[in-house]
Design a protein around this ligand. Structure first.
Ligand SMILES: [Mg+2]
Length: 276
């Protein structure tokens, strides 16, 4: 991504999570998404019904997303098919245009980028529902962090010299590498996003509703804002009950550093007392 610099403020870039950050958790999209994932596990992967809710949550906690966890366990399924099943059937009609947030975003002088674990089609649906399609300079999503790779079905010349069992081991190793999903909250995903956005983490603010994403964002060197809470969590520099409170909590996003400096070094004005 082409970097945008020198807007005069303390920050160059604002990285925004999307789901439950740009709209509230109470809307119910998150709940509907979890139900769809559970249905996918039950009907498409044929996991025992009694196991599904606990497994869904455990994998989410352990691997960042349930999908990443399912892949790590060895379940084979098409990423696009999974996303179509889980996101394609969401009640997007619950999302309404948010002109307040739109005006706030458009007034921010920094480069603004979406950073989400979700797929590109879901991002398009959500931004369109909120009326924010033209408010961001870029999107870092599932496909950005996990580009489709070549199928692992060829054995190269070196491998031909290996005994059969070693070839199988290597193939399995390759396969397991291919099934690793890069996603938040891993610090590697944070660092990849910083690299792709081509930004200086010290001049970037990261907004997310997830406590663990905030912790790894801080570990990657970003300024951090937990959204959807009024109290700080470990690694958070700011807490915002709603993204709508951003101007009150972070006026420095709009403040010109130069102007601020002038205000500080300006000598106090001489008070003239006029007596009538
Ligand atoms: Mg979120």
């Amino acid at each position: 991504m082409e970097a945008v610099r020198s807007n005069g403020t303390k920050y160059d870039c604002l990285l925004f999570d999307m789901d439950d950050t740009l709209y509230p958790l109470s809307l119910g999209i998150n709940l509907a998404c979890r139900r769809n994932i559970e249905e996918y596990m039950l009907h498409q992967l044929h996991i025992e019904e009694i196991e599904v809710p606990r497994m869904c949550l455990d994998l989410y906690k352990e691997y960042g997303t349930t999908m990443a966890g399912l892949k790590a366990l060895g379940y084979e399924f098409d990423n696009d098919e999974f996303h179509a099943y889980v996101h394609g059937r969401l009640p997007y009609e619950l999302l309404k245009p948010d002109p307040v947030l739109r005006n706030l975003l458009l007034s921010m002088p920094q480069q603004k980028i979406i950073f989400t674990n979700a797929d590109r089609a879901h991002v398009a649906q959500v931004l369109s529902g909120l009326g924010l399609e033209d408010c961001f300079h870029g999107v870092i999503c599932f496909e950005t962090l996990n580009p489709p790779s070549e199928p692992v079905n060829c054995i190269n010349r070196m491998d031909e010299k290996l005994p059969r069992s070693d070839i199988e081991t290597k193939k399995n190793k390759d396969l397991s590498l291919k099934t690793q999903i890069l996603c938040k909250p891993s610090v590697e995903a944070m660092e990849a996003a910083i690299r792709i956005a081509n930004v200086d983490p010290k001049k970037t603010i990261f907004f997310d509703d997830s406590v663990r994403n905030i912790a790894s964002g801080k570990a990657a060197g970003l300024h951090t804002v937990i959204v959807g809470r009024s109290t700080l969590v470990p690694g958070a520099d700011y807490a915002l009950n709603s993204i709508h409170n951003i101007r009150e909590a972070l006026p420095e996003i709009w403040e010109d550093e130069g102007e601020h400096l002038e205000q500080i070094i300006q000598p106090p004005a001489v008070e003239t007392v006029v007596q009538a």
